[in-house]
Design a protein around this ligand. Structure first.
Ligand code: KG4
Length: 346
C-alpha cells in the first residue's frame, strides 16, 4: 500500500511517500526555522504564509516523483489536529486538492498518533497495550495505547510542553531557536562533574516542590518551574551558559524519566513508546532506555530524524488507519487534541 502523507501542523512543511507504512520512498521537507529564529519562536501567521509558499514546490516535486516512477498512490493522509489552525488549513487544502487530482481517498490523521506511528519507519510495529510518551514543542503527555485510534491520556503538563520550555530557556540563555538542539549542544561543553554537583545544589533550591517530590504517583508534568529556576539561577548565581544549559537539561530529563517510571509501575505495561521532537535529545533517549532496561520493559522510539515533525510519520499513521478501517467521521482542522474525530468501519 502506498500512502502520501502531508504535515503542516507547526513550522515544517513536509510530504512523505511511504510504502506499507515502513519504506520511505520520497520525503521532501521545508523547515521554517530560519524564518522564526529572529522572533525566538513560531509566529503563527508567518508560519501559515510560509506553508502556502512552500507547498507549491513540495507538491510538484512529489507529483513528478510519482509520475517518473510510475507508481500509484492508494491513500493520501494529512494532519488535521492538533496544531496551529492556519497552518493545518494549508496542509489540509493541499491534501484535498491532491486527493481530487489523483482520485484517491483522504485520511485525516491525529498528529500525536502520527508521532507514535513513526516507529514503523524503523521496521517496528505499534503493539498494544503499551505506554506512550509524547514530548514535543506543543505537547507533553503520557498515554495508554489500547489499540489503533484508541489512546487514553493518563498524564499531561500543567503548563509548558517540554520543547516549549527548552525553547524559552534557550531564549533566556541567549541561544537561537529552536532551543532543544542549542541546549543539548551547549550542555556537552560543560563536563566538569565536580563543579556540576555544587552548582546543581544551587539550581535545586530554585525548583518548585512538584519537581522535588519523589514519593508520589503524580503523572503530571510541570516545566515552567525549571524555567523559573533557570531564570533565578542565572540572575542570582551568574552561572556560565554551558553549566546552566547542562543543569536545565538534566532536571528536565530527570522529571520526564521519573514520571515515566511512575507510569510504568502504575500500569505494569511492558512496552514503552516515546516520540516527539524532544526525543531527538540523546540524553533523554539514553535515560529512558536505561530506565526501561532496569525495569525489563521493551523501549521503542523513532530514529532521530523522524522524531521532529515530518511527512513520512503522517503517511505511516495513514497506513495504520487504512489497515485497521479507521475513517473520518467528519473533515475539519482544529487545535483540539481529543481523539473523537473518526469512526471504525468493519
Ligand atoms: O515534534 P516537533 O518537531 O514539533 C511539535 O509538534 O511541537 O518538536 C519540536 C520541539 C522544539 O521545541 C525543539 O526545541 C525540540 O522539539 N527539539 C529538541 C531537540 N531537537 C528538537 N529538544 C531537545 N533536544 C533536541 N536535540
Amino acid at each position: 500500500m502506498l500512502v502520501l502523507g502531508i504535515e503542516s501542523s507547526c513550522d515544517e512543511s513536509a510530504i512523505g511517500i511511504v510504502k506499507d507504512g515502513r519504506d520511505v520512498l520520497f520525503a521532501p521537507i521545508y523547515s521554517q526555522i530560519n524564518l522564526h529564529k529572529k522572533f525566538g519562536g513560531i509566529v503563527p501567521e508567518n508560519a501559515s504564509r510560509a506553508h502556502l509558499e512552500k507547498f507549491h514546490s513540495l507538491v510538484s516535486d512529489s507529483i513528478n516523483f510519482i509520475s517518473q516512477n510510475s507508481i500509484k498512490m492508494d491513500y493520501i493522509s494529512v494532519t488535521v489536529k492538533p496544531g496551529l489552525v492556519g497552518s493545518l488549513l494549508v496542509g489540509y487544502n493541499t491534501a484535498l486538492a491532491i486527493a481530487h487530482f489523483l482520485k484517491i481517498p483522504l485520511l485525516p490523521v491525529h498528529h500525536l498518533e502520527a508521532h507514535f506511528s513513526a516507529i514503523s519507519l524503523s521496521g517496528l510495529e505499534l503493539s498494544y497495550p503499551s505506554l506512550g510518551l509524547l514530548v514535543s514543542g506543543g505537547n507533553t503527555s503520557l498515554f495508554i495505547l489500547h489499540g489503533p485510534g484508541n489512546l487514553e491520556k493518563i498524564g499531561d503538563t500543567l503548563d509548558d510542553a517540554a520543547g516549549e520550555a527548552l525553547d524559552k530557556a534557550a531564549s533566556l540563555l541567549g541561544f537561537e531557536y529552536p532551543g532543544g538542539p542549542a541546549i543539548e549542544k551547549a550542555a556537552l561543553q560543560f563536563l566538569d562533574s565536580t563543579k556540576i554537583s555544587a552548582m546543581g545544589m544551587d539550581f535545586h533550591t530554585f525548583l518548585p516542590d512538584i519537581l522535588k517530590e519523589t514519593s508520589t504517583n503524580d503523572l503530571r508534568f510541570s516545566f515552567s518551574g525549571i524555567k523559573t529556576a533557570l531564570y533565578y539561577a542565572l540572575k542570582k548565581k551568574r552561572l556560565p551558559s554551558p553549566a546552566a544549559a547542562y543543569l536545565f537539561q538534566e532536571k528536565l530529563v530527570e522529571h520526564i524519566s521519573r514520571n515515566v517510571q511512575r507510569a510504568l509501575k502504575k500500569t505494569q505495561l511492558k512496552t514503552f513508546i516515546a516520540a516527539g521532537g524532544v526525543l531527538a535529545n540523546t540524553v533523554l533517549r539514553n535515560s529512558l532506555s536505561n530506565l526501561c532496561k532496569s525495569m525489563g520493559v521493551d523501549f521503542q522510539t523513532p530514529e532521530k530524524k523522524y522524531c521532529t515533525d515530518n511527512g513520512p510519520m503522517v503517511a505511516a499513521a495513514g497506513y495504520m488507519y487504512a489497515k485497521n478501517n479507521i475513517f473520518p467521521k467528519q473533515n475539519f482542522v482544529t487545535s483540539d487534541n481529543s481523539f473523537e474525530f473518526r469512526e471504525f468501519r468493519s
